[in-house]
Structures are given as structure tokens and as C-alpha cells.
Design a protein around this ligand. Structure first.
Ligand code: SF4
Length: 391
């Protein structure tokens, strides 16, 4: 895992990560202080603990208590205080055990789309804020999780990019967002099952690869989510895509493309200067050949910026050989970027042009736009870094 971190993070642009204090330098990058998977000064590490650490916590108890607690946290999605199968004295002890405290403090919860979209704003140790959005569809429930507080990638149209980077989230902080969503589904009216997880919230998941991959393994092994229902998004961290291609779990990949020529993409997605389109597509081909999974391209449609007929033709030239599916998302305008979304007629024309070039495209609306779920403006209003959320 250390080697993987070096391979990916050391190749990111030097100095790409700025932000608050509490970081240590390594390999030209900044890393949150503390252990590899825990947030700095994290009081709660409930979902960071591995089974060995839980066993140590219960060293004075019979072995089966470890399984009971693990099952309670991951299968029952319960608080330690709710584990009535444990003796009352032990339950009381675990309820006040600092290592089992939750990492996420609820700052706000907003429901919209007639109850079909739920957005949480969480406060983390150190004061960072992140968002999680749960979206219910007729056939599935998808949660969109954040992987970093803020983001260093600097995509100009994205509210998170405008706000800069604060810190990586730990594995436990990522898993806990999914647990909160799964619990909400289970206790909903009617009860539902959380089926999908997309790593498309605040942050660039592949810039936090070891912790994100730790979360993926935990979600698959302990929460029982199918790898095929987990999707990682990236703006183009090429070594991260290549690492995904080597993994046994075939998670999905969504590449936030937004521009199909280097001149425009250099402006919209600064990471393109480090890994231009040719090298990004090469990595996508490697990933596709290794996993056999369908690739998605995300395309935020920006009025008169990337919505012309020639943009569609260039996009199709990249998408066709990869058999990639294109998700078109009307840009959610942010205060720091003087552009607006392509109007509905233009969106339809762009989708038609892609179809004419032999590329499948779906127009997605930004779920929860009326509660700012689409671009993290709720977080911005509460004086912290916001997020781009697109599904
Ligand atoms: S679009 Fe994604 S990668 Fe780019 S700044 Fe926003 S959160 Fe970061």
C-alpha cells in the first residue's frame, strides 16, 4: 500500500496540495499527519479499526464478542449502545470508548425531490466539512461520498476546486458515510437497501488512493456491497487508473472528461497538463482490457464552452474505441466561475450529435440542485469547502 501511495501521489503535480496546516511532506506531496488511515487528531475511529484492533479493544472478553461487535457495526449498522446482545456493562463501556466514537458529526440534513434526495453535511475532526448525498431511484439507492475535504485539482468550474484542499478523509470517514446512508435506507418508509456507492463527492478519489481502496475493500467484504455497484470517479489521475486495473475487485470507473482536446481541457481541468488526453486514454484502455467493465465519461455541459458540434465529434472520437458511455450533466453554476449550463435545447442537440457519431449518452440532472447537492454550495455557505456531486 505504501508503494502504491508513492507511485500515485508522488506523480501528482508537486505542490498541487495546499490548504491547512497539520500536514507532513513526503515525496513532493503533503500528507495528513497521524496514522495512514486516521484523520489528524481524530477522536473517533469507529470504522477505521480493523478486526485486530477490535480484538485488542475486547481483550478481556470472550472471543465471540469480537464477532458480535463487528456484526453489529457492519451488518446491523448499529451504534454500540444499540447492541443489546452485549452485556449492559460492556455496552456502556463501548458507548464511551473513544476509539469507537463516530468520525462524522451531523451538521445538517436536507431532504428534497419529494424525499428522493437526502443530503448530509458532516463536520470532521479538525473542523473540516464534507457532504454525502443519498439518491433514491425506482430500482436502486445510490450514495455519493466524499473522499477528501476540499480538493487540490483546481477544476475552475467546480466549487470544491475553487475552495482548495484541506485534507484526505480516512478510510473510516469514507466508510462511515456509506454506513449512514445504508442505515437511512434501512430505516426509511418503506425500508430500502443501499445498492450503489459512487465516489463522486468532494475530492479526487485517486489522489487518496490507499484510503479509498481500503474503504472499497471494507464496503465489499464487511458491508456486502457488490464491487460492480461501486464506482470510482477521477479527473484523470493516470497512475491511479492503472492501479485500479491491477485490482481483483472490478469496481466501475467514471472519468470526468469535460473537454476532448488538450487546449480546452488544460483550462478546465488543470491536471490535464500533467496527464494529457492521449496518456489518459491509454490508461483507460488498459483498465478496460483488464477489467472488462464499461467505462463512463462524465461531461459537464457548459454553455458555449464545451457544447459545440465539434466538441461532440471530438468526444465521440475518444469514446467510440473505448465503448465508453457518456453522462451529460448540465453544469451547476458556481459563484467563482462566470459560466452557466448549456440550455435544454443545446443539451438535446449535443446528445443527438453523440448518437449520430455512434456514442451512447444519458442526460443526467443534478439531483438535489434545489438543496445545492449538485455542487456543494451548502458547504460553501457554512464557510468550508464545497463539493461537486454528479450521478
Ligand atoms: S471537479 Fe472533482 S477533481 Fe475537479 S476540483 Fe472538483 S472535486 Fe476536485
Amino acid at each position: 500500500m505504501e508503494a502504491e501511495r508513492s507511485a500515485i501521489e508522488a506523480m501528482l503535480p508537486v505542490g498541487a496540495i495546499g490548504g491547512s496546516g497539520g500536514h507532513v511532506e513526503y515525496g513532493g506531496m503533503k500528507e495528513p499527519a497521524g496514522t495512514a488511515h486516521a484523520a489528524p487528531d481524530a477522536p473517533g475511529r469507529r470504522y477505521d479499526l480493523d478486526r485486530r484492533e477490535v480484538t485488542e479493544l475486547l481483550a478481556d472478553q470472550p472471543q465471540y464478542r469480537v464477532s458480535q461487535l463487528w456484526h453489529g457495526l457492519y451488518a446491523r449498522l448499529a451504534e454500540p449502545a444499540e447492541l443489546t446482545e452485549l452485556p449492559q456493562v460492556l455496552r456502556a463501556r463501548l458507548s464511551t470508548e473513544p476509539a469507537l466514537a463516530p468520525s462524522l458529526g451531523l451538521s445538517s440534513e436536507t431532504l428534497t425531490d419529494q424525499g428522493r434526495t437526502l443530503k448530509w453535511l458532516w463536520s470532521l475532526s479538525g473542523g473540516a466539512m464534507v457532504e454525502t448525498v443519498l439518491m433514491h431511484y425506482p430500482d436502486r439507492s445510490t450514495v455519493c461520498v466524499s473522499t477528501q475535504a476540499g480538493c487540490a485539482m483546481g477544476c475552475g468550474f467546480c466549487a470544491t476546486g475553487q475552495a482548495g484542499f484541506t485534507r484526505h478523509l480516512s478510510t473510516g470517514e469514507i466508510v462511515e458515510q456509506v454506513v449512514a446512508a445504508a442505515r437511512s435506507c434501512r430505516h426509511g418508509q418503506p425500508p430500502r437497501r443501499l445498492t450503489n456507492v459512487v465516489f463522486m463527492g468532494m475530492g479526487e478519489p485517486l489522489a487518496n488512493f490507499p484510503r479509498v481502496w481500503g474503504a472499497i475493500e471494507r464496503l465489499h467484504t464487511d458491508l456486502g456491497l457488490s464491487a460492480r455497484h461501486l464506482t470510482v470517479s477521477t479527473v484523470g489521475v493516470v497512475p491511479g487508473i492503472r492501479s485500479l486495473a491491477t485490482k481483483a475487485l472490478p469496481v466501475g470507473l467514471a472519468v470526468s472528461l469535460h473537454a476532448a482536446n488538450d487546449a480546452l481541457r488544460d483550462r478546465l481541468v488543470p491536471l490535464n497538463r500533467r496527464w494529457p488526453l492521449a496518456s489518459l486514454m491509454d490508461a483507460c484502455h488498459t483498465w478496460r482490457e483488464a477489467t472488462g467493465r464499461r467505462l463512463s465519461f462524465e461531461w459537464a455541459l457548459i454553455d458555449q464552452v464545451n457544447d459545440s458540434a465539434s466538441d461532440a465529434a471530438q468526444l465521440a472520437d475518444w469514446a467510440r474505441p473505448l465503448h465508453a458511455h457518456v453522462n451529460l450533466i448540465p453544469l451547476n453554476a458556481t459563484p467563482g466561475w462566470p459560466t452557466v449550463a448549456t440550455p435544454p435545447d443545446g443539451i438535446r442537440a449535443f446528445a443527438r450529435a453523440l448518437a449520430d457519431h455512434g456514442v451512447n449518452a444519458t442526460v443526467r440532472r443534478n439531483r438535489g440542485t434545489d438543496i445545492d447537492a449538485a455542487c456543494g454550495q451548502l458547504a460553501a455557505r457554512t464557510a468550508t469547502a464545497p463539493a461537486l456531486v454528479a450521478d
